[in-house]
Design a protein. Structure first.
Lengths: 117, 175, 149
């Protein structure tokens, strides 16, 4: 039990990651796949941020009242990752729109069938 | 948060999926506040919950909003996911426990940043100091990535209009 | 698009300056509190997007013309990378802001502000350009369908 509590952050991360992975692998709808990718991505943010947290620490903004600060480095990395994430998802959505115009559907099975014919 | 993810998996209405994705992002932002990452939480609330939800809704205005039922049985994907999860959980056994100061992640360069950033950059917010000054190269590269992503979207969505006009004029000439 | 609801229109007009002001606050207070170029860029873009959602994209294009946006996207990146080149002229390493001010601390401070400005311009214009291209497409769609018929 203490083992689970000590690494609770990783457990939450893994559950969310598996949820996102399942959506991406099992579902054929491309918009849903994009949402799944977003969930997967957010779980990775959690994976980076949670080891930087120090119990009893505070947000990394220097003030004389506090001594212990959480690790600022993962915050920087994830800050940039979030904005890059939205740019890549926007690119994915642009591709979905173009696929929809070319094939009239956004289900990858149907696109595959049309390719076969 | 897990409930929102399960809702995303089960729902076939894509509007519900997108809105649940937004709710999930917002919950994630509150978790980030709890993890002391205020800058990141602010970005996640603005970008994840606001911007990408709006963009996805704009896409839903262009495509069908119902998902087709699954054609394959979900057994193999489930198996793959559970295997991956088991491997990952096995991996967590060696990771440092939550919330300690003496873990390797918190001993590498972070103490240097915390100690010296005010002295060297005059900015009490360490995240801003590291982002713009110590790791300026990273941020430059990342700005370039956003730039490239934006250009990609613009190219994908704007040239096609011209092409479509060409196609329709071709059709007209054929008929 | 919602065009007939007067409550939305009035509330948006009241909210718009507040959001833009908040974005500027986040931008220039980023050294002292949470915030910075990324958050400010997204907040400012969100203000214009809100306006565009209620009043229509063509109205939003009037207050933020598309041509200006397209030129702003590279300008942001150029501001960032240009800062690095300016520090070459001062004899320092690329993206080392120390020589900008009288001492290295104020120089670093100024450098951070300029770089964040570059990030702000890029994020703001890219987000808005992406929104314009998606929303412009959905507005253009019905007419295309008619053409196909």
């Amino acid at each position: 039990m203490s083992l689970i509590l000590a690494s609770i952050n990783y457990w939450v991360t893994i559950i969310l990651m598996i949820g996102g992975l399942y959506i991406v692998v099992a579902h054929g709808n491309m918009v849903k796949k994009l949402v799944g990718l977003g969930i997967f991505q957010t779980s990775v943010y959690l994976l980076f941020l949670s080891p930087g947290k120090i119990l009893g620490g505070t947000a990394p903004i220097i003030s004389e009242k506090f001594e212990v600060y959480s690790n600022p480095l993962p915050h920087v990395l994830i800050l940039t990752a979030i904005v890059v994430g939205v740019a890549t998802i926007a690119l994915g959505m642009a591709l979905v729109v173009r696929i929809n115009e070319a094939y009239g559907t956004i289900e990858d099975d149907e696109v595959h069938e049309m390719e076969q014919e | 948060m897990v409930a929102a993810v399960i809702g995303v998996i089960r729902s076939r209405n894509l509007f519900v999926v997108v809105i649940l994705g937004g709710i999930y992002s917002f919950l994630m932002a509150t978790v980030m506040v709890a993890l002391d990452a205020v800058d990141v939480a602010m970005t996640e609330a603005a970008v994840g919950a606001g911007m990408s939800t709006v963009l996805l809704l704009a896409v839903l205005g262009l495509v069908k909003t119902r998902e087709a039922p699954l054609r394959h049985s979900p057994f193999i994907p489930l198996l793959v996911c559970f295997l991956t999860g088991a491997v990952l959980i096995y991996g967590t056994l060696d990771l440092p426990p939550f919330g300690r100061q003496d873990t390797p992640t918190n001993q590498h360069v972070a103490p240097y940043y915390i100690k010296n950033s005010v002295k060297e950059t005059g900015s009490p917010n360490i995240v801003t100091a590291v982002l713009a000054s110590y790791r300026g190269y990273d941020t430059l590269g990342e700005t370039t990535v956003i730039f490239t992503g934006g250009i990609g979207v613009l190219i994908l969505l704007s040239t096609s209009r011209r092409r479509r006009e060409k196609q329709s004029s071709k059709k007209d000439s054929l008929t | 698009m919602i065009r007939d609801t007067i409550i939305l229109r009035v509330v948006i007009k009241l909210l718009l300056p507040a959001i833009l002001l908040f974005a500027l606050y986040v931008q220039f207070h980023g050294d002292y509190g949470p915030g910075g170029g990324f958050q400010a860029g997204v907040a400012a873009a969100a203000a214009i997007i809100l306006y565009g959602l209620v009043f229509g994209v063509s109205a939003a294009r009037k207050i933020m013309p598309q041509k200006l946006l397209f030129s702003l996207i590279p300008i942001g990146v150029l501001v960032f990378s240009g800062t690095g080149i300016v520090s070459w002229f001062f004899g320092a390493n690329y993206l080392d802001y120390s020589p900008f001010g009288s001492d290295s601390k104020s120089g670093q401070h100024l450098g951070i502000l300029i770089v964040e400005l570059g990030v702000f311009i890029t994020v703001f214009s890219t987000m808005l350009a992406i929104f314009y291209s998606f929303a412009g497409r959905s507005e253009a769609l019905p007419s295309n369908l008619e053409n196909d018929k």
